[in-house]
Ligand binder design. Structure first.
Ligand code: ADP
Length: 488
């Protein structure tokens, strides 16, 4: 069942194609007006032809009406010339003429069927009132004209007038008109077929031409997707295709950048993890080749190996924290934290390290600060910065941690009197594995990940971190974090 559904879906997929849509629109928009126009023309031809025929017949009837009066046909009811005239007219128009006198009696029927019968119809009544009435019956195909037979009179006082002496009721066939209309209909049908064929070709070509830029865009994008090329995609035929090309290029270059940095990161990680391994291997190998190595040498080398293992451990745990930071901010466990107490706790923990270098640790609290933060991550931020300030300090130097706040943010400044950071390195220190002086840092024991972790943690809190440093004089890191965490 599912297969059948997929098969049907595949078959009717083309219905959603833009090419088909354009094809249908062009075809329909072209054909419908053509059909409407031919219909209108056909109808107006028929109407015009009926009007002309009616006018013709009416003219003829007027002439006959005059003759009827002159020959006193209505009174005498016999005139060969009138009869001939009437039969000629009825033959000419393939029609029937009835002459009705004032008593509504048919005195002449060219078909001879209603002779002497009485005719009362609304048209006849209207004609006796002086109106000429014409009707067109398109179903039976005839035109009916009812007109009064009028005699001009001159009264005794010399004034002229007119009197209706009878009515002529005529019906003429409109077959010739209908035949012409039929043949015109055939021609128009033929023209419509021709137009439809031409439109089919035009619609087909137009839909192909109009959708060609989209096809080109699709091909260019799939070329990039398949990896045949990494050139930017650009189809400028329509504004829309240009926009899509630009959007695609932006997304693609962002992805490329991401991919490059991921590759660089993997290369860095491998390198950093390999370095302690290599040292350990060298140390172990050199012990193995010496057959009677003294116990002190063993102890010394083992001590070195242990240090390398610690370093490897440090790198791995730093990497793990970094990976965790890369995940969404939903991982933050936010709570109301007393920042002053937290700083004091961190400083208490780091004091032994500071003491080793005889570095003075000082905490300057401008006010009591309580903020909504992730306590573990904030303590990691403070630890990293203060640890660096001690590590990269001169012996007998000092580190000052200052805490302040306004109504929106709290600010943490970690200032040291250490070696400082060269200007050209300031832009890089937050990068993963970046260290200003690799050999020196190694001696000190850094992994190059501390500030990257710190920065990620600050950003997760929607805060900011900046650095000011003068080489040989000291460094100041400033962290600003909102007092209230707003998710989203
Ligand atoms: P590391 O583990 O090497 O300390 P970090 O990411 O914490 O790595 O720091 C990156 C580099 O920035 C350090 O190697 C060091 O060269 C420099 N740096 C960081 N903090 C300080 C500081 N307070 N004074 C001088 N240099 C610093």
């Amino acid at each position: 069942m599912k297969r059948v559904r997929i098969w049907i879906k595949d078959r009717i997929k083309f219905l959603r194609s833009m090419k088909l849509g354009l094809f249908v629109i062009i075809f329909v928009i072209g054909l419908i007006p053509c059909m409407i126009l031919s219909n209108i023309l056909l109808h107006s031809y028929t109407r015009k032809a009926v009007d002309i025929r009616t006018a013709d017949v009416t003219n003829q009837l007027h002439i006959i009406s005059d003759h009827l009066i002159t020959h006193k046909y209505l009174q005498v009811n016999a005139s060969e010339s009138i009869d001939a005239e009437l039969s000629q007219l009825s033959n000419l128009y393939n029609g029937r003429i009835l002459i009705i006198d004032q008593d509504l009696k048919v005195i002449k029927d060219t078909y001879g069927m209603s002779q002497n019968k009485i005719v009362i119809s609304p048209e006849v009544i209207r004609a006796f009132r002086g109106e000429t009435v014409s009707n067109y019956d398109d179903t039976d195909g005839y035109i009916e004209i009812t007109m009064p037979i009028v005699e001009n009179t001159v009264s005794d006082d010399g004034s002229t007038g007119s009197a209706i002496r009878g009515v002529m009721l005529t019906s003429v066939s409109s077959d010739t008109i209908l035949n012409t209309a039929d043949s015109l209909k055939d021609i128009s049908r033929l023209v419509n077929y021709l137009v439809a064929v031409v439109l089919l070709v035009i619609a087909f070509c137009a839909s192909l031409i109009l959708t060609r830029p989209l096809k080109r865009l699709g091909t260019a994008i799939s070329d990039v997707k398949e990896g045949y090329t990494s050139n930017p995609v650009m189809v400028r035929d329509y504004i829309e295709t240009e926009h899509i090309s630009e959007a695609f290029n932006t997304v693609f270059s962002r992805m490329k950048l991401l991919d490059d940095s991921r590759q660089e990161f993997v290369a860095n990680v491998s390198h950093e993890l390999k370095t302690p391994m290599t040292s350990m291997k060298v140390l172990a190998d050199s012990l193995l080749v010496q057959e009677d190595a003294p116990a002190e040498l063993y102890r010394e080398f083992m001590g070195d190996i242990t240090r390398e293992i610690d370093r490897e451990n440090q790198i791995i745990s730093d990497l793990l924290s970094l990976v965790k930071m890369d995940k969404t901010a939903a991982e933050l466990s936010i709570s109301q934290v007393d920042i002053n107490a937290l700083i004091e706790l961190v400083l208490r923990r780091l004091r032994p390290i500071a003491r080793k270098k005889n570095v003075e640790l000082e905490f300057v609290s401008m006010r009591q600060v309580s903020a909504m933060v992730d306590e573990v991550k904030l303590s990691q931020i403070i630890t990293n910065l203060v640890e660096n300030a001690i590590k990269y300090n001169d012996d007998n130097g000092s580190v000052s941690v200052k805490l302040d706040a306004d109504h929106q943010f709290f600010t943490l400044e970690v200032q040291d009197t250490g070696i400082g950071i060269p200007e050209e390195s300031l832009g890089h220190i937050f990068e993963r594995f970046y260290r200003v002086d690799k050999s020196h840092s190694r001696e000190i024991g850094g992994t190059g990940l501390g500030l990257a972790i710190t920065r990620s943690a600050v950003l997760m809190h929607r805060g900011s971190i900046s650095v000011d440093s003068v080489e040989g004089e000291g460094t100041k890191f400033t962290v600003r974090i909102p007092l209230v965490y707003i998710a989203g």
